[in-house]
Design a protein around this ligand. Structure first.
Ligand code: MD3
Ligand code: FE
Length: 244
C-alpha cells in the first residue's frame, strides 16, 4: 500500500508487533510528552476516515520558497491547511490543487487529538488544522520550527502511523543538540508551552513494510493554526487582532 493507496485491506486490526508495548508516557521536555501506543485503540476508526480525506485531497509534493520539492507528500483536513509554494509558507482555507475548501476534519480525528492533549495536561485543545504528511523510505524533514500559526499558546499534537521514524527534538536554537526519539505506529506526541518553538525534524525513513500501512509513514499533525474561538470573541470586542 502506498501514499495514494490506503486500501480496504488496511482497515481494522492492529498487528501483533504493535501490541507488544503497553501505553505509557515518556517525558521529552518540560511541556512535551510522548504517549506511547496512545492511538492504537483508535486506529481502526481513524484509517477509513483518513482514506476518505485523501480521496478528496490526495498527497502532493509541494515546493518550498527555496524552490525545492519536499520529499514528504502533504495533504490536510480541517478549516485550515498548511501549504508551501515558491512565494512562501502559509495556512490556507482552500486546497490550492482543487481550489476547494480542505475536507472537513473527521470527528474521530478531533476526539483523538483532544484526548491526547488532555492526557498530556493541555485542556481545551480544539484543532482547526490537521496536516497529513506521507513519508516513503528516504523521505525526511529537515530541522525547523513551526511558526506559521497565529497563536503559540495552543499545543501541537502529532500522531505517527506506519513505518517507524527517528524524530529529532532540538532546542530553542538551530545549533542546540537534538535528542533522537524513535516514533512508532500509534505513538502520539504533544508539544506546548515552553517547548512550542523548539527545533525539530525527522531523519530519513528506513526501508521497511508495516503490516497495516505498507511502505510508508503517515504523520497527522493537529494544530490550532488560526484565531481560536475564545480568541475571536475577545478580538471582536477589542476590535483588534491580538497577534498583529
Ligand atoms: C516539536 N511534522 O509537519 S509533527 C511538521 O513527523 C512536522 O511529520 C513531523 O514537524 C512529522 O511541521 C511531526 C512534530 C512537531 C510539531 C511541532 C513541534 C514537533 C514539534 C513544536 C515544537 C517542538
Ligand atoms: Fe514541524
Amino acid at each position: 500500500m502506498h501514499c495514494d493507496d490506503l486500501g480496504p485491506a488496511s482497515l481494522g486490526l492492529f498487528s501483533e508487533e504493535d501490541l507488544q508495548q503497553p501505553a505509557h508516557i515518556q517525558v521529552l521536555g518540560p511541556q512535551s510528552r510522548v504517549l506511547r501506543g496512545f492511538a492504537l485503540p483508535w486506529v481502526e476508526h481513524l484509517l477509513p476516515q483518513l482514506e476518505r480525506v485523501l480521496e478528496q485531497a490526495p498527497f502532493r509534493h509541494m515546493v518550498t520558497p527555496g524552490g525545492f520539492s519536499m520529499s514528504v507528500g502533504l495533504s490536510s483536513c480541517g478549516q485550515l491547511g498548511w501549504t508551501t509554494d515558491p512565494s512562501g509558507y502559509r495556512y490556507s482555507p482552500v486546497d490550492p490543487q482543487s481550489s476547494r475548501p480542505w475536507p472537513a476534519m473527521p470527528e474521530v480525528f478531533r476526539q483523538l487529538a483532544q484526548a491526547a492533549a488532555d492526557a498530556a495536561g493541555f485542556t481545551g485543545f480544539s484543532p482547526d488544522s490537521c496536516l497529513i504528511n506521507c513519508y516513503r523510505p528516504g523521505a525526511k524533514m529537515s530541522l525547523h520550527q513551526d511558526k506559521n500559526e497565529r497563536d503559540y499558546r495552543a499545543p501541537i499534537v502529532s500522531l505517527s502511523l506506519g513505518l517507524p521514524a527517528i524524530f529529532l527534538f532540538g532546542g530553542q536554537q538551530r545549533s542546540d543538540k537534538s535528542q533522537r526519539v524513535p516514533l512508532l505506529h500509534g505513538d502520539v506526541v504533544v508539544w506546548g508551552g515552553v517547548d512550542r518553538l523548539r527545533f525539530h525534524g525527522v531523519m530519513p525513513i528506513k526501508e521497511g513494510t508495516h503490516a497495516l500501512l505498507g511502505q510508508q509513514r503517515i504523520n497527522l499533525t493537529f494544530r490550532q493554526a488560526g484565531a481560536g474561538q475564545e480568541f475571536e470573541r475577545k478580538t471582536r470586542s477589542a476590535g483588534q487582532r491580538p497577534n498583529d
